[in-house]
Ligand binder design. Structure first.
Ligand code: MG
Ligand code: MG
Length: 632
């Protein structure tokens, strides 16, 4: 499809926006009028700049408060339209967006609206231009696409068509199913936007909180599917009003934008193909070719976590891992890299002075630089990732070492894809020289990586939600707000369908929280804590305390309160109180967990015991940890 984006969706000057959009591979733009009004140059010059960058100006927008007006205002608006048509001709924009009237002067008369839009289309036709009519969710008398379509049909002019915007339809919970019955060639333009579910005034929601498809909670794929079923062949465009995107570096926003459209196309493609397979009667299929990348990888667990450390912090981290029951099983064949293991948990400490990690992070102290995920077909996973506009990464490989395909995650961490055919620990046996007494005797009952929590800068959360969804096939869970004593943390888990890989994305809305301070050390996109699974948390905690591990102390008031909230066995409550273990319960299961004290750089570990049905991260207990850390 021809992919386009509204200039309002990005930060920067108009020229910078066009350069970012072009670099990300878009074919066109929707020109937002205020971008042009403040542009230093003529319409003709803008048209030439866009053409030089390989961009068409697909739409000029918005033209407001036009239809259904008293005669005098209508005549003045026609003159106003002529001046806009002059500009559109000069810059080479073939279509104007006319959005439904919000003026107090508007008259509730669809026939009048149709007649006036017919006249506007007639004026446009004289110049070989077109007009698209869009229902705004807050339009005075036209707020639904069905109403806008009735007016367009009634107006009956070849140069007048309908503009659809997923936000306006889905924010009002209107059913998009009727779109498929509109003739595809009367849909002139398609604007896609997602948004988080918020209960607020729809105008405020629309102007400040839209997001790219795949970043929010709206049923955007189903909406797009209906438009394709109508036989639509025009541009697929993004129109995103978002306060944070207005600040985010526009090159990153443009890549996110392109990734969101590729994701949207690939999801719709799959749905249509599945519907065609199962339908008893033939399904009318789309008339355009949709992006069809390799499928999302089937993941089967986190294989390893790699830390970047300098020489002294590598020693300290090694000692801490020893306390946590990990044993040193080997050193790398060719690099200053040591492998620690417990159960199926593999932790790699990389003290290689010239490593990728060090060059990216200038590692003072310790930070995570790479994650390994297990999957059936690593090369197909990398192909999926590069198709979705992620960068692949090839590390230098020494003799007798395995090449592990990798990609660069937003912020610079690496994600390696490890073949599950190698078994739980297979990769490492090949790349490491194993040390002698590497038996499991000293372990503390930690069996696998439960989840990895990242601390992200505010403008990285949407980027990460889309990246993990489109590239890794992880679905986002509920978005929670947690209280740190010095500000709010927004937290969102993402996980694969089998729940074998879980990441928790945390954003600090304040500069003063511990999460934010971790970010200032690492520059964002950093692992903030690592949760390790155990089967008997009390047994594991006891062994770790004996070995010298220090845990974040929890207030006795927490346990008094817990007993009032949840009906618990008094013996279990007493055990938790004595051990400092936190508790959460969902209808389907329980979660018991505890946090270690932080190491240099702010990183810490969590021990977690979950019953199968529990599908979250004990996030409601995070304030207990944060308050305790603040009182130290
Ligand atoms: Mg719109
Ligand atoms: Mg956690």
């Amino acid at each position: 499809m021809h992919r386009s984006i509204a200039t309002v969706s990005l930060s920067g000057t108009l020229r910078q926006k066009l350069e970012a959009v072009s670099a990300a591979g878009f074919g066109g733009i929707e020109l937002f009028e205020s971008d042009f009004v403040n542009f230093k140059g003529s319409a003709g010059e803008l048209g030439r700049i866009a053409a030089d960058l390989g961009l068409s100006i697909d739409l000029y927008q918005p033209f407001r408060d036009f239809e259904g007006m008293p005669e005098a205002q209508f005549r003045r608006s026609l003159e106003r339209a002529e001046r806009k048509f002059d500009l559109m001709e000069a810059m080479g924009a073939p279509m104007m967006l006319c959005c439904s009237n919000t003026s107090p002067l508007a008259i509730d008369d669809p026939a009048l609206a149709a007649a006036q839009l017919h006249e506007l289309a007639e004026r446009a036709a004289r110049r070989n231009l077109r007009v698209g009519f869009e229902a705004l969710a807050w339009g005075r008398f036209t707020s639904l696409y069905g109403q806008a379509w009735n007016i367009v049909r009634e107006a009956d002019h070849p140069n007048l068509g309908l503009i659809l915007d997923s936000f306006h339809t889905l924010s009002l919970k209107d059913d998009p199913a009727g779109i498929a019955r509109i003739p595809g060639d009367k849909i002139f333009f398609l604007q896609m936007a997602d948004a988080p579910l918020l209960s607020m005034d729809v105008l405020q929601w629309a102007r400040h909180h839209r997001s790219f498809p795949g970043q929010g909670d709206l049923a955007v794929v189903g909406f797009f599917e209906q438009v394709l079923r109508a036989g639509y062949t025009g541009p697929l465009s993004l129109e995103i009003f978002n306060d944070i995107f207005r600040e985010t570096p526009n090159r990153r926003t443009a890549v996110d934008a392109m990734r969101s459209l590729l994701y949207l196309e690939s999801e719709a493609q799959q749905r249509l193909a599945a519907a065609a397979d199962t339908a008893a009667v033939p399904v009318p299929l789309q008339r355009v070719e949709l992006f069809n990348p390799p499928p999302v990888p089937a993941l089967s667990g986190l294989s390893f976590i790699e830390f970047a450390a300098d020489e002294s912090s590598a020693g300290m981290l090694g000692a801490l891992l020893g306390q946590l029951g990990f044993r040193r099983v080997g050193r790398h064949r060719s690099k200053a890299v040591v492998l620690y293991r417990q159960g199926e948990i593999n932790l790699i400490v990389n003290a290689q002075p010239d490593s990728f990690a060090r060059s990216r992070f200038d590692a003072h102290g310790t930070s995570v630089c790479a994650l390994g995920v297990r999957c059936a077909d690593p090369l197909a996973a990398v192909d999926r990732a590069t198709a979705m506009r992620s960068q692949r990464h090839d590390s230098p490989v020494g003799p007798n070492e395995l090449r592990v395909p990798a990609i660069v995650a937003p912020g610079g961490n690496l994600i390696h894809f490890v073949s599950e055919a190698l078994g739980a620990n297979g990769l490492y046996e090949a790349d490491f020289i194993l040390e002698e007494d590497a038996d499991d005797a000293g372990g503390a009952g930690l069996t696998q990586i439960d989840h990895v929590a990242l601390g992200l800068a505010v403008d990285q959360l949407d980027t990460w939600v889309l990246f993990t969804r489109a590239v890794l096939g992880l679905e986002p869970g509920e978005s929670l707000e947690l209280a740190d004593p010095f500000g709010l943390i927004r937290s969102r888990g993402v996980a694969d369908a089998a729940r074998s890989v879980r990441l928790v994305l945390n954003v600090s809305l304040s500069q003063r929280t511990r999460t934010a301070r971790t970010l200032s050390v690492t520059g964002g996109g950093a692992v903030h804590h690592i949760a390790l699974r155990c089967e008997d948390i009390f047994e594991s905690v006891e062994r770790l305390r004996t070995a010298g591990t220090r845990f974040v102390p929890i207030s006795g008031n927490y346990y008094d309160d817990l007993a009032t909230r949840i009906d618990l066995d008094p013996a279990l409550l007493a055990r938790m109180r004595a051990a400092g273990v936190l508790f959460d319960r969902s209808p389907a299961g329980d979660y018991l967990h505890i946090y270690t004290e932080s190491i240099e750089g702010g990183l810490f570990f969590e021990l977690a015991q979950r019953t199968a049905g529990y599908d979250a991260y004990g996030a409601l207990n995070a304030p207990a940890r944060m308050a305790s850390q603040a009182q130290e």
